[in-house]
Design a protein around this ligand. Structure first.
Ligand SMILES: Cc1cc2nc3c(=O)[nH]c(=O)nc-3n(C[C@H](O)[C@H](O)[C@H](O)COP(=O)(O)O)c2cc1C
Length: 152
């Protein structure tokens, strides 16, 4: 394979639960040969543009996502960053309502017309072994999907 494929994971986490999920997603994605995986806490719209697949991780606080993530997505929309057809997915830890990952899916699908893997992974508080395995699987699935597309 000549082309390097880029998979970007952008996440936010205040108390570390979504961060654990993010690191497991990263691990799963890195198990796929030919994919360059980047895990970021802060990203710029250009980072989204350069990625072949984007996985967003977000805990739910006050029934919402973080302001940094909102700003990133708003800036990408304003700058008309073309994400149409790129593979997307979302995950996040939550306590009782867990809206944030669903919001991310809605935005990726409806605003950016991305090819989103659903449903997002939502884990209550601290991810256990099974939850982390699910996250690894998600990373692997997304990475395999872009490899498959690049070969077709
Ligand atoms: C101030 C505060 C507000 C929260 N609001 C919500 C909420 O609206 N809905 C929800 O499902 N969980 C809520 N939670 C629970 C967090 O989503 C949960 O603790 C999650 O594991 C945090 O993820 P993190 O460790 O990645 O920051 C809240 C927690 C705190 C401390």
């Amino acid at each position: 394979m000549t082309n390097v494929l880029n998979l970007l994971i952008v996440y936010y986490s205040q108390t570390g639960n979504t961060e654990k999920m993010a690191r497991a997603v990263e691990e799963g994605a890195k198990s796929v040969v030919g994919v360059n995986v980047e895990l970021k806490y802060f990203a710029r719209p250009e980072d989204l543009a350069e990625a072949d697949a984007i996985i967003l991780g977000m805990p739910t606080y006050y029934h919402d996502m973080s302001i940094d993530m909102k700003h990133l997505l708003e800036a990408a929309a304003k700058e008309e960053i073309g994400l149409k057809g790129k593979v997307g997915a979302a995950f996040g830890s939550y306590g009782w309502s867990g809206e944030a990952p669903n919001m991310l899916v809605e935005i990726m699908k409806n605003r950016f017309e991305m090819d989103v893997i659903e449903p997002p992974i939502r884990i209550k508080y601290n991810p256990d072994k099974k939850g982390l395995e699910e996250c690894r699987e998600l990373g692997k699935t997304v990475a395999e999907k872009i490899v498959k597309t690049s070969l077709s």
